[in-house]
Ligand binder design. Structure first.
Ligand SMILES: *Cc1c(COP(=O)(O)O)cnc(C)c1O
Length: 470
């Protein structure tokens, strides 16, 4: 008699299984719906998953933004809110957490990431300026444009190829950056806008070697370097796993080292930092601190709360510390990789290598018969919802918007649907359900037609645009 034991996923994939470094203390029921319910709901939502009601959603993978589960320590911290208008003690706790873990000298709190993007853009960008960066992010680029600047993508070419296995597809192409500096002149570049990891490329990381080289190039030309630190903790995990010499370094130390090559950062704390609302801007230069800690009182709130309640700042200070623990990051990205491995085994076209916060389905390949002008990724997100009540997000031609000068659609090379995994929220069984739903939609791909846009808002159209079947 052979002694056959069932294999765990980890054994099948040739590594030990991970499990979450927490147990569940409180649950929130979610409901499954019927196909006719979902047909009605998606039609009412104009085939835009942003316009669905969350109670009509079974597994919500729209975004990892503000959707994290807080820990019991964070909830306890909420009770310690010092709701003073000025000088709340929670602000000082937050300030020391940012200093301790990210290493910057000054902190300006904001209500969320785009509040910080607004302040830094208004303070540093003048009409005619050019801001190089490693692929655009929607709100980042819009704030740079609204301040009169023009964003120029200087990411390496590999980032635009969903099958290229480069371990650091978020890297800046140093030749592209240097050519741009020569073309427009360093005095027209207020700063380089570096994101770790790169959301729009599929959550792809930047290497430590790259940030060091970008820093050196910026120094030669007297240009500042600011970091979009929204998913920097996840970026650090990839450095730990993939870059030589980092395997036995702690995530927290890698983050601090990386940040030391930059002059400051903006943060959507709704991502890495494990809170439901919040953000910050931090910097080393005194002049930027003076300018933005003045601007913040116009747009966000006093410079010691910036749109957050005292309790929000306390939960954020604790969230920062928890977000940089190695155990947390192993299970956070382990869960994303688990889903990615299932889909890869089943032959579903996704962006490789799998990034830190999400799986990106390649809608251009899945719906090769639907032209980009009929919104294949928007269509795929709607089909996934119709099949199983799973909510995902378009990251393709709708998200890319229109060219600020010509007014035409921007047609990005990548036409993707993002399945974004909230932190500490769903179980491995939920991931199995998601994988099976994607497979079912994939098997039906030949029978699907595209969409037409019937309403288009002026700004960030992907949030509010409405569609109808062609
Ligand atoms: C979410 C996000 C932002 C904007 O932050 P909000 O908190 O949503 O305003 C900026 N950059 C990146 C990379 C993001 O993912």
């Amino acid at each position: 008699m052979t002694n056959m034991k069932p294999m765990t996923m980890g054994q099948q994939f040739g590594r030990r299984s991970w499990a979450e470094p927490w147990k569940i203390k409180m649950v929130e029921p979610i409901k499954m719906s019927s196909r006719p319910d979902r047909e009605r709901a998606i039609q009412e939502a104009g085939y835009n998953t942003f316009l669905l009601r969350s109670e009509d959603v079974y597994i919500d993978l729209l975004t990892d933004s503000g959707t994290s589960a807080m820990s019991d320590r964070q909830w306890a911290g909420m009770m310690l809110g010092d709701e003073a208008y000025a000088g709340s003690k929670n602000f000082y706790n937050l300030e020391s957490a940012v200093k301790k873990y990210y290493g910057y000298k000054h902190l300006v709190p904001t209500h969320q990431g785009r509040g910080a993007e607004h302040l830094i853009s208004q303070a540093l960008i003048k009409p005619g300026h050019v801001i190089p960066g490693n692929m655009y992010f929607t709100t980042t680029r819009l704030h740079q444009e609204l301040a009169g600047g023009k964003f120029v993508d200087v990411i390496i070419d590999a980032a635009h190829d969903p099958l290229n296995m480069h371990p650091f597809k978020g890297n800046i192409d140093l030749d592209k950056l240097e050519t741009l500096i020569k073309q427009v002149g360093a005095d027209k570049i207020p700063y380089v806008s570096l994101a770790g990891t790169v959301n729009m490329a599929g959550g792809q990381p930047v290497s430590m070697e790259n940030v060091k080289a970008v820093r050196a190039l910026c120094d030669r030309h007297g240009i500042r370097l600011y970091l979009d630190a929204t998913r920097m903790a996840e970026n650090a995990w990839f450095i730990q796993q993939r870059e030589e010499g980092y395997l036995d370094k702690k995530i927290a130390d890698i983050v601090k080292e990386f940040c030391s090559f930059t002059d400051g950062a903006w943060m959507s704390a709704k991502k890495d930092n494990l809170v439901n609302i919040g953000g910050w801007l931090a910097m080393n230069h005194d002049d930027l601190f003076e300018a933005t800690s003045n601007l913040v009182v116009i747009y966000e709130g006093l410079h010691t709360y910036g749109g957050m309640a005292g309790r929000d700042m306390e939960a954020l200070a604790i969230g920062i510390e928890e977000s940089l623990q190695d155990d947390h990051m192993n299970s956070r990205i382990g869960q994303v990789l688990y889903l990615g491995e299932l889909l890869t085994d089943w032959g579903i076209p996704i962006v490789h290598p799998v990034g830190g916060h999400a799986i990106f389905l390649d809608a251009k390949v899945i719906y090769e018969h639907i032209p980009q002008s009929a919104f294949p990724a928007q269509t795929l997100a709607a089909q996934l919802y119709l099949d199983s009540g799973i909510r995902s997000m378009e990251r393709g031609v709708v998200s890319a918007g229109r060219d600020a000068v010509t007014g035409d659609h921007r047609y990005p090379k990548l036409e993707l649907v993002r399945l974004t995994i909230p932190r500490r929220v769903y179980t491995q069984a939920h991931m199995d359900v998601v994988a099976e739903a994607v497979k079912a939609v994939y098997d039906e791909r030949k029978n699907v037609k595209g969409l037409k846009m019937v309403f288009e808002p002026k700004y960030l159209r992907f949030f509010q645009a409405r569609f109808a079947p062609v």
